[in-house]
Design a protein around this ligand. Structure first.
Ligand SMILES: [Zn+2]
Length: 79
């Protein structure tokens, strides 16, 4: 399970999360998932988009809707 390091678009703190291909809709890239920053000072959800290698392409502050109508999974940060 790949571990990814990035920054929360709400608080700009470094975050760590794990993601697998099964977590996303692979029919359209970049594929979105909701990222829940599990942190007492943040606790906010944003939308992250990843490519087919699960690398983050870009992020959005809000919870964006799926372009394919698929279910978007929420992933919690592990740090
Ligand atoms: Zn945050």
């Amino acid at each position: 399970m790949p571990t990814r390091y990035n920054y929360c678009p709400h608080c700009n703190k470094q975050i760590v999360f794990k993601i697998e291909l099964e977590d996303i809709d692979t029919s359209l890239y970049p594929a979105p998932f909701y990222l829940y920053h599990k942190n007492d000072e943040c606790n906010k959800v944003s939308t992250f988009y990843v490519d087919s290698l699960l690398r983050v392409s870009y992020t959005e502050l809000e919870k964006k809707k799926s372009k394919t109508g698929g279910i978007i999974k929420t992933i919690e940060t592990i740090k």
